[in-house]
Design a protein around this ligand. Structure first.
Ligand code: GDP
Length: 445
């Protein structure tokens, strides 16, 4: 998502490089290019107009800062305006002061509601909450079962009508779920409601009835970011028909142009609260406008990366590695493998790389990055004896051939891995000496 917009904006800023000061014509030309970039990204026209107007106005009137050159100044303005249209501050969930917090999900069928319900439950569990999922989507065949499967995946109970109880009434199910939550002391109730393929009266009415029956603390509108301008239209329809407090964007991992994400806040006045970006239960987080803006401008999303890295990296493991690094030659192939596996936990390598600043220019290579590389490395290392993993120097030619055979690779692959390991070790030893944190081992490449 946003790849084309990022590239477009980067080109625009490139044209400003080396300019001592910006003439009126420079500002106009830049504004025009930004306008085209946003329109191409499928951002709604009123939002584009407002955005470009604000950038132009500020570029003209703002004091030229001594610290920034004109290109940087424009980037700063564009960044700030992006943060603004994305909603400014991160909007966090509001929890009920007494009794269970009730979150109701609404949206079209296929938006990703059921998946999202489970992701949200998983996320809440990580915040030490005890959520329960409620299957109030009794329309779509399998919806209840799908929620149950997802609930099981994340270890969260699902409240659903008894099978054989006819189709049941979603309003009754929702109402009963609150009683159940009070009885069993669940502190967050996530209600998955029925969606339809298109906006219609019956759907809106049912959602509104559930809302009236359970008085949710938060109604979240779930929308597929891939559907572009249609997302904005649907968002408006749900706002009028049901009303909601916040938006959840799903499928941000897709290759849509990102217009929905950029338009929805301005058009509806409702904040984007969460973003869902993949099929895995962990591909979900609070939506941070500032980080998203940085990502669009390809400044990297270091904050998200660091946060995810902290979560994924086992701190005990890192401590051990740090200790080992303090001793020369203490870092072994086993540690190398461990670190690779930790990296894998961060999620798709491409995704990680995409968050690093300045990586936009390598996008093509990144997209071709072969994640199976880590599997190959693992196979090779696991074909070594423990003594060899401790001290790869002892691996001679015939052992290299054996290891290659054992792991289904070529001898040259084994050689390359061992070389790369020694390089990584050298790098890490010098980092440890310099007091730096143990970082990533040599990236597979
Ligand atoms: P619902 O009809 O709104 O409940 O939608 P589902 O939860 O059944 O999701 C519809 C489809 O979208 C399923 O195939 C999901 O696996 C997929 N999906 C949901 N969220 C995401 C996401 O963030 N990224 C991607 N790529 N697919 C998703």
């Amino acid at each position: 998502m946003f790849a084309t917009l990022s590239d477009r904006l980067a080109d625009t800023f490139k044209n400003l490089r080396g300019k001592g000061r910006l003439s009126e014509a420079d500002i106009d030309a830049t504004a025009r290019e930004i306008r085209i970039a946003l329109l191409e990204a499928d951002v709604a026209l009123p939002v584009v107009k407002e955005f470009v107007g604000a950038v132009k106005e500020r570029a003209r009137s703002e004091e030229v800062s001594g610290a920034l050159n004109p290109a940087q100044q424009i980037i700063k303005i564009v960044h700030e305006e992006l943060v603004t249209i994305l909603g400014g501050e991160t909007r966090r969930l509001r929890y009920a002061k007494t009794g269970p917090t009730v979150i109701m999900l609404a949206g079209l069928q296929g938006a990703g509601k059921t998946t999202l319900a489970a992701k949200l439950a998983h996320w809440l569990k990580e915040q030490d909450k005890t959520p329960v999922l409620v299957a109030a989507d009794l329309q779509r065949p399998n919806a209840v079962q799908q929620l149950q499967v997802n609930g099981e995946r994340v270890g969260v109970p699902v409240f659903a009508p008894e099978p054989g109880n006819g189709t049941g009434n979603p309003v009754d199910v929702a109402r009963a779920s609150i009683e159940e939550a009070k009885r069993k002391l669940y502190d967050v109730v996530i209600i998955d409601t029925a969606g339809r393929l298109g906006v219609d009266e019956t759907l809106m009415q049912q959602a509104a009835d559930i809302r009236d029956a359970v008085q949710p603390d938060e109604v979240l509108f779930v929308v597929d970011a891939m559907i572009g301008q249609d997302a904005v239209v649907t968002a408006q329809a749900f706002l009028d028909g049901v009303g909601y407090d916040g938006v959840v964007l799903t499928k941000l991992d897709g290759d849509a142009r990102g217009g929905a994400a950029l338009s929805i806040r301005s058009i509806t006045g409702k904040p984007v609260m969460f973003a869902s970006s993949g099929e895995k239960m962990t591909d979900f987080d609070l939506f941070h406008p500032d980080r998203m803006a940085s990502r669009i401008l390809d400044m990297g999303d270091m904050l998200t990366l660091i946060e995810q890295a902290e979560k994924a990296f086992d701190s005990e493991q890192s401590m051990k590695t740090a200790e080992k690094l303090a001793t020369k030659g203490g870092f072994t192939l086993e540690d190398f493998l461990q670190q690779m596996m930790q990296l894998r936990k961060l999620g798709s390598m491409t995704k990680i790389m995409g968050m690093l600043p300045g990586m936009g220019q390598f996008r093509d290579q990144l997209e071709n990055f072969d994640e199976r590389e880590i599997d190959r490395i693992q196979a090779i290392i696991q074909s070594m004896t423990p003594a060899e993993r401790d001290n790869p120097k002892i691996i001679d030619g015939s052992r290299r051939a054996r290891i290659a055979k054992g792991s289904g690779r070529q001898v040259s692959d084994v050689n390359q891995l061992v070389d790369r390991f020694f390089e990584a070790r050298k790098m890490m030893e010098s980092m440890a000496k310099g007091g730096g944190m143990p970082g990533m081992p040599g990236m597979p490449g």
